[in-house]
Design a protein. Structure first.
Length: 157
């Protein structure tokens, strides 16, 4: 599994969040939701509610057709989101909408490498930066196979 913060995505947001939590002597609350579940239009409100409820970092699942590393609940959420036409583009628009409404918590896109690769790594990084995404958790990308993606994410450090 690869967890990346990308410099061009305000990388410091995640580091600063963990530092703030440590200074407050508390564990960071990291929450997860699948983009577009139960309905695509609900996701920005869900993200804002997670933050209001105490989430320090939000993992936003990018729906995928074959989420083999996930259990039945997340698999079902993926299926429902895909039935609603949720894609990387719509997931990014959900983050952008939540940011426009005041979401401050760092957001990590969580999912599988194939859709990210198909979207195009450089395009993805540019669009994530424009949408307010802070990094990635790629569940099926071993670090030794992530060299080019990691280099793109850390370019300009």
């Amino acid at each position: 599994m690869l967890g990346l913060e990308c410099t061009s995505f305000v990388m410091d947001a995640i580091t600063k969040t963990f530092q703030r939590c440590k200074a407050q002597n508390k564990a960071a609350l990291v929450t997860y939701v699948t983009a577009g579940f139960p309905q695509p239009q609900d996701t920005p409100d869900i993200l804002l509610s997670m933050e209001k409820g105490g989430s320090d970092i939000i993992e936003l699942g990018v729906p995928f057709t074959d989420p083999i590393a996930d259990g039945p609940t997340i698999q079902t959420a993926n299926t429902v989101a895909l039935e609603h036409g949720v894609s990387i583009e719509t997931t990014l628009s959900m983050v952008r909408a939540a940011r426009e409404r005041g979401l401050k918590a760092p957001v990590l896109l969580m999912g599988y490498y194939n859709p990210l690769l198909r979207y195009g790594e450089e395009r993805l990084l540019q669009d994530c930066q424009a949408s307010g995404v802070n990094g990635f958790i790629v569940v099926d990308l071993p670090p030794e196979e992530a060299v080019s993606f990691r280099k793109l994410c850390t370019r300009g450090r």
